[in-house]
Design a protein around this ligand. Structure first.
Ligand code: ZN
Length: 272
């Protein structure tokens, strides 16, 4: 079977089903590419221009009452009883206190920060969820063919957000975990470098020594883990299930076994 067939099977994941079975045969070699000019992971459309949400002081974002100290994680306001969430703003990386809906808004900003843009250049806001899902699957295939693994990762994150908004908690968690796993492999956009094999050695598609775990994605993993009442062992099993297929199908340099301790550490810091 050709690499493209493998990719098509890999990406034929249905929104209404659990993620693709890890039983599919792995690709045997890295995906060839025919991109257009070297690109690097772009910061996306001007995230700096988006509104800065939340309060950086120990003040309830609901009722404005002063808190004893800056909470490190979600807590109830002692005055109004509403939940206060702690998030990191993409614009300035400042930890802020927000309401539940503001927390979702910040997650959307992280999405923009990571530059999700459909290849079709259509305004994806006008698409139905099914159309958007299909568009994402087509984008995945194109990014993989081109070797633009940063964009590929962004599309997976977008898909995680879609199922999360629909309340498909387990599928969302698995897809967020897959995004974390991709991040721990340092995905880069190397479309266009395929005609310059000498450069590919210098600029490999995955660079595990240059990794970034997005705070917004980690926050969703923490929340989904709590909602599903998973302990570390339960979360580990979700992670290994989510990571095994991309590991073999995309020939990722960092194995799930190598990636898990780093992710667990990052998640523990997030929960602290
Ligand atoms: Zn309050």
């Amino acid at each position: 079977m050709g690499v493209l067939d493998t990719l098509k099977r890999l990406f034929a994941e249905q929104r209404t089903q659990t993620p693709a079975s890890p039983a599919s045969p792995p690709a045997t070699d890295p995906v060839p590419s025919a991109g257009i000019g070297p690109t690097s992971m772009s910061p996306g459309p001007a995230v700096a221009e988006l509104p800065r949400i939340g309060v950086a002081e120990p003040v309830c974002p609901h009722c404005g009452s002063m808190l004893e100290k800056m909470p490190g994680r979600k807590k109830k306001c002692p005055d109004c009883g509403e939940f206060i969430y702690v998030r990191t703003r993409p614009q300035d990386r400042v930890r802020v206190l927000v309401t539940g809906s503001q927390a979702q808004e910040i997650e959307g900003q992280w999405d923009v920060h990571h530059g999700y843009q459909s290849l079709s250049k259509r305004d994806t806001r006008s698409l139905t969820p099914d159309e958007l899902w299909g568009q994402c699957n087509r984008d995945l295939l194109e990014h993989a063919k081109a070797g633009d693994w940063g964009l590929y990762r962004n599309t997976r994150l977008h898909m995680a957000n879609i199922v999360h908004r629909e309340g498909r908690l387990r599928q969302a968690l698995q897809t967020y975990l897959e995004v974390c796993y991709l991040d721990l492999n340092g995905p880069c956009n190397v479309g266009g470098l395929q005609e310059h094999p000498e450069l590919l050695e210098e600029y490999p598609p995955f660079r595990p020594d240059d990794v970034f775990l997005a705070p917004g994605v980690l926050a969703w993993v923490v929340e989904a883990t709590r909602a599903m009442k998973l302990d570390d062992a339960g979360l580990a099993s979700e992670f290994f299930e989510a990571a095994s297929h991309p590991h073999s199908a995309l020939s990722l340099p960092v194995s799930p076994q190598q990636a898990w301790p780093a992710l667990l550490t990052a998640l523990s810091e997030k929960q602290a």
